[in-house]
Design a protein around this ligand. Structure first.
Ligand SMILES: Nc1ncnc2c1ncn2[C@@H]1O[C@H](COP(=O)(O)OP(=O)(O)OP(=O)(O)O)[C@@H](O)[C@H]1O
Ligand SMILES: [Mg+2]
Length: 403
């Protein structure tokens, strides 16, 4: 069964449980789910059990119907308590590794900023100190998805242009939970940062004191964007079902892997390797043709390193194995499984990159999300127990572990 179907089925089960313990009207209302808590479920269970528990009936009145009804009440109780506890895994949840999550994908308008904002709001709601960074330097709009209608008074540009000395000075508390380091692309040249500025930014992002730092990236495969993506402990590539989007997702993955290898010992690399120009030149020459396209698959590259430079084999293998991005399929129409989209990207990644790119989750097409882009109230804030919120929570849960 597909992830999307699973999520839809899960929501159907939750609504049926609401109908059983509360009422049909409650089951149909998103607002009811938003206000539901474990105490309400426990009270409803006791109320129903008083009426339907077989011990409460005269023995002659106990039949299959009363037993089935009581069983349904018990199951509904479990479904709702599990759901509510799953939506809030408690204060012990932390990212399974590191602190940086990057949300990328080589196309505009596919939902990177929507996902960053709502994922950030969800992570902050778990009590994690969460900082969102708008790294779409040429098209900053993450602040809009967090409810800001006008240009921010402080932005990442103030840091890049040395008007302030630290990122802390441009960090603001957003109204919906996470902290925000926003952008302002109305300032001329804001997208064009040189190598030293990029390094300064990367260093400052790595130094942010937080449980989670979520990076919202621009929609292309420029070196700056790839380098930001490669800083992440959890790299998420967003795609939709559109051909341009999934082809873009695949190009993004390939470009990120080859960028990582080509800058294996560069200043921006997280490999910890000492500068090694010979290794970098070898990788560059064997992976790039004259027009900048990669000409070798990763398996071919590894085979040639093994033969020609076996002393570098473990370094290259470590870099390849350390490349573990995830896919999120967004705006999925009802009835379509995300595997249909993800499978195409995964098979090309398997062939070219020798990596299994995991499907982290999928998000349906929700009118609530479209509305949030207009009235600037994040969809997860408006309906924290909606299907969309459950999808975001499911994605987050795969990035978290309990301690
Ligand atoms: N799951 C969804 N359901 C319905 N609409 C969606 C969904 N995800 C995104 N959208 C719509 O798509 C629009 C574009 O989303 P978003 O701005 O997050 O894309 P992006 O990938 O960040 O684009 P860019 O690269 O231009 O910044 C949003 O305004 C929203 O209306
Ligand atoms: Mg965006």
């Amino acid at each position: 069964m597909t992830v999307n179907r699973l999520e839809t089925d899960k929501m159907r089960e939750i609504k049926a449980a609401c109908a059983c313990l509360f009422s049909e009207a409650a089951a149909k209302s998103d607002r009811f789910l938003d206000t539901l808590d474990v105490d309400m479920v426990k009270r409803a269970y006791r109320r129903n059990a008083k009426v339907h528990h077989p011990d409460m009936k005269a023995s002659t009145a106990v039949n299959d119907v009363t037993s089935d009804r009581f069983l349904a009440i018990q199951q509904s109780y479990e479904v709702l308590v599990n759901y509510l506890e799953g939506m809030n895994p408690g204060t012990d949840a932390v990212l399974s590794q590191g602190k940086i999550v990057a949300v990328g994908g080589a196309k505009g308008g596919i939902g990177k900023s929507v996902i960053t904002a709502n994922l950030g709001i969800y992570l902050a709601s778990l009590g994690l100190k969460t900082v969102l960074v708008d790294l779409d330097l040429g098209g900053s709009n993450l602040h809009l998805y967090l409810g800001y209608r006008s240009i921010l008074q402080r932005s990442i540009n103030d840091f890049l242009k040395k008007r302030v000395s630290s990122l802390d000075e441009v960090m603001i508390q957003s109204p919906h939970g996470p902290l925000l380091i926003g952008g302002d692309s109305s300032e001329l040249g804001s997208a064009n940062i040189d190598f030293m500025k990029k390094m300064k930014l990367i260093k400052a992002i790595n130094a942010i004191e937080a449980d989670c730092v979520v990076l919202d990236l621009g929609g292309d495969t420029s070196y700056n964007i790839l380098d930001f993506f490669l800083q992440a402990d959890h790299g998420i590539v967003v795609t939709t079902r559109d051909s341009a989007s999934y082809i873009g997702a695949y190009h993004f993955l390939k470009a990120a892997m080859y960028r990582k290898l080509n800058r294996l010992t560069g200043m921006e690399s997280r490999s910890g390797e000492d500068k090694n120009s010979e290794l970098e030149r070898y990788i560059r020459e064997s992976t790039m043709t004259g027009d900048g396209q990669s000409s070798k698959t990763i398996n071919e590259l590894v085979a040639s390193v093994r033969e020609e430079h076996p002393q570098y084999l473990s370094t290259v293998m470590k870099a390849v194995w350390g490349f573990n991005p995830y896919l999120v399929v967004n705006r999925l129409p009802i009835g379509v499984g995300p595997e249909e989209v993800a499978g195409k990207i995964q098979s090309v990644a398997r062939h070219w990159l020798a990596r299994e790119v995991k499907l982290l989750g999928s998000i349906g097409r929700h009118p609530d999300v479209e509305r949030s882009a207009i009235d600037l109230i994040p969809a997860i804030t408006r309906h924290p127990r909606s299907t969309f919120a459950t999808e975001i929570a499911t994605i987050a849960s795969k990035l978290l572990k309990t301690v």
